[in-house]
Design a protein around this ligand. Structure first.
Ligand SMILES: [Zn+2]
Length: 311
């Protein structure tokens, strides 16, 4: 199979990927809208309800420029993402939050645990899990609760964006895809992970937390990378920055390698084989050479290969 694109770190040599993303609105428009937004802040709840399913007024560029608060952006934009709305309707997703105070999150989870008959004794352990995810530099979004014990117990989860998303993400499409990535986690936690004949629910013998973490990340990065790739095939342009796409692909490849080579038990191995077979439309292969190159073969209808290198 021909390898037709080569990336090195943040740079890439495929020329259509070199273009900077263009924001939908200009700076002045953002300023004017920002002034209106401030005046409306008292009744923002009603304004947001009216916006569901519609194109949001705020852009990430407005947030970067300090015109719109990250919190207002997260609220408005997540209300306009149909997948988020349908997950809320179906009960999988409780709500989307921006950087909650610890005591506020504790209160929300206390309520959630009590209405869903979750052992209140798990609360502090869940807060530890959240704190750890939140303190990570790269933690731009997460879901809570996300403990193994709750997998497949039909407990709704909160999606939480962290302040780091403003700097980490470059476009509104990257924000949307990050939300879709988290929705994969939300579904897996709520329903349990179904792979082939397996159904991972709660703590099960022979299935380690680290294995489930890698499996869950593989599933989320698969969804996002497939959407980016399909967008690229449809339009001839990447719908996100190359940096974002490469980040997802590198993670996909890392979790793939874990499932392929680091399973510790027979049941983990069987689940991994079933999952890798299901994802045979996107296969990464480690190549020999400087910068640990990885080739990702996409097989969605046609065939295409991308090579990614560390800088
Ligand atoms: Zn993830």
């Amino acid at each position: 199979m021909a390898v037709n694109r080569v990336y090195s770190g943040q740079e890439c040599v495929h020329e259509s990927f070199l273009e900077r993303p263009v924001t939908r609105r200009n700076f002045l428009g953002g300023l004017l809208r920002g002034a209106g937004v401030l005046a409306l802040s008292g009744s923002i709840g009603q304004v947001l309800d009216a916006c569901i399913g519609e194109k949001p007024d705020y852009t990430l560029a407005d947030v970067k420029a300090g015109i719109v608060s990250p919190k207002a952006y997260v609220k408005e934009v997540s209300s306009s993402i149909p997948e988020i709305q349908s997950m809320k309707k179906s009960g999988v997703l409780k709500d989307v939050l921006y950087d909650p105070f610890e005591q506020d999150l504790r209160q929300l989870l206390t309520g959630l645990f009590s209405t869903n008959n979750v052992d209140a004794g798990l609360l502090e352990a869940q807060m530890d899990v959240y704190r750890e995810a939140a303190s990570s530099d790269r933690g731009i979004a997460t879901v809570a609760p996300g403990m193994r014990q709750l997998f497949g117990k039909n407990v709704p989860v909160y999606m939480i964006f962290r302040p780091g998303f403003v700097d980490e993400l470059e476009t509104d499409e990257e924000f949307r895809l990050t939300a879709l990535h988290e929705l994969v986690h939300a579904e897996d936690i709520y329903n349990g992970v179904r792979v082939g004949k397996f159904h991972i629910r709660g703590i099960q013998p022979g299935i380690a937390d680290e294995f489930v973490r890698n499996l869950a990340e593989l599933r989320a990065t698969h969804r996002v990378s497939a959407l980016v790739y399909q967008g690229y095939k449809a339009t001839g342009k990447l719908p996100v920055t190359a940096r974002y796409f490469l980040g997802e692909l590198r993670n996909y490849s890392k979790h793939w390698e874990f499932l392929k080579n680091n399973t510790a038990t027979t049941v983990e191995k069987e689940i991994a084989e079933a999952q890798l077979a299901e994802f045979s439309d996107m296969v990464p292969t480690a190549l020999k050479g400087e910068g640990n190159p990885v080739r990702i073969d996409f097989r969605f209808g046609g065939e295409d290969s991308f090579v990614i290198k560390d800088r």
